[in-house]
Design a binder for this molecule. Sequence first.
Ligand code: MN
Length: 727
Amino acid sequence: MSIESLIQKVSSYDNSEYSKLLHKAAEFSKKAHSKQTRASGEAYFTHPRAVAQILADMKLDALSIIVAFLHDTVEDTDVTLEKISQEFSPEVSELVNGITKINFIEEKSDAVIQAENLRKLIIAISKDVRILIVKLADRLHNMRTLHHIKSEDKRKRISTETLEIFAPLAERIGLQNIKNELQDLSFQTLHQDIHQSVCARVDLLKSGENHKLPTKIIDILEQLFKTHGIEARITSREKTPYSIWSKMKRKKINFEQLSDIMAFRIIVKDILDCYKVLGIIHNHYLTIPRSFKDYISTPKQNGYQSIHTLIMGPEQEKIEIQIRTEKIHKTAEWGVTAHWVYAQERESSGNYHGKQVPNNTYYSWIKELLSILEHSSDPTELLNNAKLEVYHDQVFCFTPKGRVIGLPVGSCAVDFAYAVHSDVGNACVGAKINRKIAPLRTKLQNGDQVEIVTDKTHLPLASWEKFAVTAKAQSSIKKAIRNKKRQEYINLGRIIISHALSKRQINYSDNILSPAAKFFHKQNIEDLLQSIGEGNISPPSAMKCILGNIKTEAPELDKILSKLEATGVKIQNAKHSKNMPIKGIDEDIPLQFARCCYPIPGDPIIGIHQPGKGVVVHISDCETLQNYSASPEKWVDLSWKKNNELQIYSSTVNVIMLNKPGSLATLSIEVSKHDANISNFKITSRAADFFEIAVDLEVKGLTHLASIMASLHTKQCIHSVHRYVKQ
Ligand code: MN
């Protein structure tokens, strides 16, 4: 597009004073950059012009377009901010200044510098979100032309920064298209080979018979809506290679299992039609349980609106459907930001798709980031926190002294303790969440203040592994348990040997064992004692070696040895003391419950052998099991032992209930009537009439859980109760 038509386009939707300065800004930029070229060899001005074009396509105001033209002048030429202020306005100069300040030093990747940059970025955005929008358009054009940069290191560094900082920021302000393109371009640079193979697989899917499927489905759906008298535009929506790849990673599934690559968007004229279309679809096709989401009545935090549902489509294919109005569609693709900018300028209170919302509801996350900035002293810590904050799947909690700890969603108090310090984690015995004593397994919520109670003599428990989610906690717990076991075996080994020696009137000392340690190729005496304790070296042969070295006559040796032999057998048994309520496998194989389905006694169960982990127990219809369908050798038939109900198990149920006073009380009374305990609960969605909560229950088994659920069902204020299944 020529400069002329670009300016014309902007003037067509914004006729403010600034639209008269567009020409001047373009000329000013062209002149200022006249001596520079881009890495591609083109005139430098092509870059600010392209940035202005991206913003004009988003219908950003004339002021933003002017800033786009000028955004690199202060940084790269001898133009000063005073000059811009004189020629244009102090407002323009202020925005250009904001962008100049956050022009990241891409030559350096030092974490401290990166954190400093992020600090500048956040402070700049908090002044005017348009600074971020122009910066995103700038980054987008730089990413589109990244292949001109010769240094691979530099390309990768810029891509990582884009993926970690700019793409999440774009998502947070609702710029879906920019987010997708930034992610995909970064992905292409960082993992060229994976990107190529994902593209090749997508192409393969589209070839042959499958090629016609989307068109066929669109035809069938169009016909269906026509007979109901609804006008709808249906498009098939392709997922980007990056989103396919990250889903494969996140769900640990392969390409074939990625069922929802086919996705359709149905665009209708008004909101009423959205719900009509939804009704028709749900009436005609099988829906996949719990896949339905209504972001029209409850928009996402970034303002996103749409109805999502997953169905078995007309061709018996799983298809994903999004329903929205034309207006919402435009906003979702490009315009939330523009809308917000206008709304902020023109109205005292925001008006959002007919809904009155206070202005400060939007972008409250910028404020959150700023508060982290104020409280963190170490810039690297800030980077870690801030980087995470822009992702949705993080919770932020505080130590009693106000230090911010960022954790993945689903983390519990144990994760928090380990995040503070491994020593705190290892010694933790209890937690106070918001000054109240809470179980260590309690899932943390944003803003929780967590105090960890420690006891230095305490050691981590194996059961923590079941609810700790962070890698740091998991590995520390494993390590501590390994150490604890090792210490026990060492003590046992020492007892066996000193007992045997005392029968020979020999005093035990570690030194006596040195030659034996060498003989058995052990690094040190503790290793030798551990092997003896574990039964890997039989006590008689250890004794033979030890006594041989102290050169003592051993008339009673045989007697002692035979006694020790007996002890040895006992030791072997002691190793297999796992007291799990499950039968069907050797007692010495470690068992753990799967975190996707949380089996409880009474559930039909299946075990999956996992090298290094032992056997993981799933409910026999758990969807995760599909991942192992190709390896039947890993499957183990399991069943519950009787009298297993002495233990307490954790189970989660989703409850949908009326949004009225007393509903929650009814729930908790019913649960306690059954002598069960609620260990945690969380409101997962809330509307005017209903709300949905996830309740973590401590139950004795399936019968117990079923009776609780049944009695909840009888309550009028409770709409539905489902056992939680991880999707
Ligand atoms: Mn630039």
